[in-house]
Design a protein around this ligand. Structure first.
Ligand code: PLP
Length: 412
């Protein structure tokens, strides 16, 4: 381990287990370590770096704003927030937007809005509102959110959790329908589950979910923190099913890879339940975040990155599907959001380490899946290079001698 990694490991909380590489510089789809070695970033900071690292237009927006006006809190109007919120609403078709910082905060905002809407608008008796979520979800790391996670580790040791949530199988609209009661306020769902393993639901699932929610006066809340802003080849992943949700959460790429910037966007009657003092955040909607968020949205449109994600995503998925190796169980994804599920014996964590050695940064996620979410600016030749490295690594893994050699190399 480098000295810098040792320092981080010594003084950090140990809640991450980073790969043995210390990154010091980034540009476009590339990252460099402290030894000057270049890597292709096929992980994109869990989908937060859609524009490529240190995009000049976004860095310029950040620095110009930082030199003019920094944080003033929401106690006053600022000249950047209105244009940012207006642009986000115009692009997504929503009426209103509430700015926060992290994705988890945007989800918490949605949960609060849904509960208050249930009491004020739907007429659910006090403290009885229920929110339905999907098995395999990932919506962040707060106590409320991890309380309805289906991953035991995320819950273990952190209870008691707030009541009022129930979970149904992802991709099963009939199960949602059966779970709805007169107290149901909302269904919260990722249109494509990211951390859960890049799980794409059956075609038409979300459209059916939207129909069920409308029929029962239940809000449909789409968590697009990871799947939104072009990641799946549409501005919002729910648009693949032609769905207009009642509320949408955005984050990650909204901050251009430079800052945490998130939004909860909703119809006016949903957002209208918030009164001054009900909810907020010291840094949410600060001028720098708003300037960067606006520049990110403008860049997404001007550089036609949604269309690019669709085209390059199709190319990436074809290239992955063409890898002829029995170690691969399934290739799935949408746009530049892909998962390669491996046989259990292949150990995705080992594959990720070998890819690092080969100059490709990825990360494994649930179901022994290697996730690929490169910056949306990636081109065909870069995809070719990364997929070739993956194919080589899997080739070695598949051969018993290659696996034995790797185990011998890494055991010492
Ligand atoms: N929602 C989804 C779908 C996510 O994938 C994530 C993070 O991976 C979050 C919410 C939480 O975002 P953050 O880590 O910024 O709190």
């Amino acid at each position: 381990m480098s000295d810098l990694a040792t320092l981080e490991a010594r003084y950090g909380a140990g809640n991450y287990a980073p790969l043995p590489v210390t990154i010091v510089r980034g540009e476009g789809v590339y990252l460099w370590d402290d030894r000057g070695r270049r890597y292709m970033d096929m992980m994109g900071a869990y989908s937060a770096v859609s524009f490529g690292h240190c995009h000049p237009r976004l860095v310029a927006a950040l620095t110009a704003q930082a030199q003019r006006l920094d944080t003033i809190s929401r106690a006053y109007f600022n000249d950047r927030l209105g244009p940012f919120l207006a642009r986000a609403c115009a692009l997504t078709g929503m009426d209103t937007a509430l700015p926060m910082n992290s994705g988890a905060e945007a989800v918490e905002t949605a949960l609060k809005a849904a509960r208050k809407w249930a009491y004020r608008v739907k007429g659910v008796p006090p403290d009885c509102a229920e929110i339905i979520v999907a098995d395999g979800n990932f919506h962040g790391r707060t106590i409320a959110i991890t309380g309805f996670s289906s991953v035991p580790q995320y819950r273990d040791g952190f209870g008691p959790f707030p009541p009022g949530f129930r979970s149904v199988p992802f991709g099963d609209a009939a199960a949602l329908s059966a779970a709805i009661t007169p107290h149901t306020a909302a269904f919260l769902v990722e249109p494509v589950q990211g951390e859960g393993g890049i799980n794409v639901p059956p075609a038409g699932y979300l459209a059916e979910v939207a129909r069920i929610c409308r029929a029962h006066d239940v809000l449909l809340l789409c968590d697009e923190v990871q799947s939104g802003l072009g990641r799946t080849g549409k501005l919002l992943a729910c648009q693949h099913d032609g769905v207009e949700p009642d509320g949408v959460m955005l984050g990650k790429a909204l901050g251009g890879g430079l800052l945490p910037v998130s939004l909860f966007l909703a119809r006016r009657d949903v957002m209208g339940v918030f009164a001054p003092g009900d909810h907020g955040s010291t840094f949410g909607g600060n001028p720098i975040a708003a300037a960067v968020g606006l520049a990110a949205l403008d860049t997404l449109v001007d550089e036609r990155l949604v269309e690019r994600s669709a085209a390059m995503g199709t190319y990436l998925l074809h290239r992955l599907a063409d890898i002829d190796n029995p170690v691969i169980c399934e290739v799935r994804g949408r746009g530049l959001f892909a998962g390669v599920e491996l046989q259990r014996s292949a150990r995705a964590g080992d594959v990720v380490k070998r890819l690092l050695e080969a100059g490709v940064l990825t990360k494994d996620t649930h179901r022994n899946t290697i996730r690929l979410a490169p910056p949306l600016i990636i081109d065909e030749s870069q995809i070719d290079w990364a997929v070739d490295r993956l194919a080589e690594v899997l080739e070695k893994i598949a051969s018993p001698s290659g696996q034995a050699q790797y185990e011998a190399e890494t055991s010492g």
